[in-house]
Design a protein around this ligand. Structure first.
Ligand SMILES: [Zn+2]
Length: 344
């Protein structure tokens, strides 16, 4: 993850202020940003989900108060708080339905319980959508009118913004682009959601590891064998290291992953026709800072050029996201700001 943004002081900041809460399975990141999305403070607390959702909401509420105090502000300076959470959820109802990473938090009215504990109104969004909104507001997507963010990790998260609107759907399951179908064969790879042929089954970090294991089991020669034998864990990071060291199999799998992503992105381009597509998450192979990251991006673009309408292929802007681990809380604060501006 990229280092956290530089904090600005309250004297340099532009009111009003918004608090973003990024609820994850392990940690909750809470931060205060100003009207231009610049952080004044942030802190992180353990989720400790086994203590239950009411306890979690209470501690998150306290963290919101602490972050406001840390920024040197009074709660009255903050008109709204934004909460980004893993799904499944009912966004209009403010409910968690069955969050995979928060066992025992099913059917919990988290938006209203957090509002109760922090004493401020709360906007509620899916975490992937909130991260996309952060990139759209102040990150790599700030010049875009419409964009898609794909977060490559254990799964593939996605957020879509058209105009100033997040596409979250009638049932809070819009923009689940990790589950678009890129392989219609009966023996297609099976996704984490148990359906065959989804993008996530080919191009998530989990899929990359699985495909590498299969290749090694088939007897493909690779320097990975030695690394794994020495106790290193097979991961996209290990593949990146070996690919940079000249290992053919590692590079082949990384570029094949780019091809699958390119195929999925073409479907998104033909559906949305966005200004840009951004890639974020733990699996970006060094991003713009590394030759491998740039090669990964170029291979995706090659597939887009091959398969998309020429005018779209020519105009699409493909890039890495820039907010790193801060996208969640900055974006959640941005969602709160947008709701507040619209009087929602
Ligand atoms: Zn799926």
């Amino acid at each position: 993850m990229a280092p956290s943004r530089e904090l600005i002081s309250v004297q340099d900041a532009q009111p009003p202020f918004f608090v973003g809460v990024d609820l994850g399975g392990t940690n909750v990141k809470v931060g205060v940003v100003d009207d231009q999305g610049r952080p004044l403070s942030w802190l992180s607390i353990p989720t400790d989900s086994e203590r239950g959702p009411e306890d979690g909401a209470q501690r998150m509420g306290q963290a919101v108060k602490d972050a406001i105090a840390q920024a040197g502000l009074e709660p009255a300076a903050v008109p709204r708080v934004g909460l980004g959470s893993p799904g499944t959820m009912d966004i209009p109802a403010g409910m968690l339905i069955q969050p995979v990473n928060l066992r025992g938090w099913d059917d919990f009215p988290i938006r209203d319980r957090l509002a109760h504990h922090c004493g401020l109104p709360v906007s509620f969004q899916n975490d992937a959508n909130a991260a996309a909104y952060g990139e759209f507001w102040v990150g790599s997507g700030r010049a875009f009118h419409s964009m898609v963010l794909l977060t490559l990790g254990t799964g593939i998260g996605c957020g879509i913004i058209v105009g100033d609107l997040l596409i979250d759907g009638e049932n809070s399951h819009g923009a689940e682009c990790g589950h678009i179908i890129i392989d219609c064969r009966d023996d297609a790879r099976v996704c984490g959601c148990n359906q065959p042929g989804h993008l996530e089954a080919y191009a998530s970090a989990t899929a990359v590891i699985r495909r590498t294991e299969e290749a090694l089991r088939c007897g493909r020669a690779s320097s990975l064998t030695r690394r794994i034998g020495a106790g290193d864990e097979l991961s996209p990071l290990l593949l990146a290291e070996e690919a940079e060291g000249g290992d053919h199999l590692s590079l082949e799998i990384i570029l094949e992953t780019a091809r699958y992503l390119g195929i999925g992105i073409v479907s998104l381009m033909h559906t949305i026709d966005p200004n840009g597509v951004l890639l974020a998450g733990a699996m970006t192979f060094g991003g713009n800072q590394s030759e491998l990251g740039r090669r990964f991006l170029a291979r995706i673009k090659e597939e887009i050029d091959r398969r998309a309408f020429p005018v779209l292929a020519e105009r699409i802007q493909l890039d890495f996201a820039s907010l790193g681990g801060d996208a969640g809380f900055i974006g959640s604060a941005g969602v709160a700001r947008a709701d507040w501006q619209k009087g929602r």
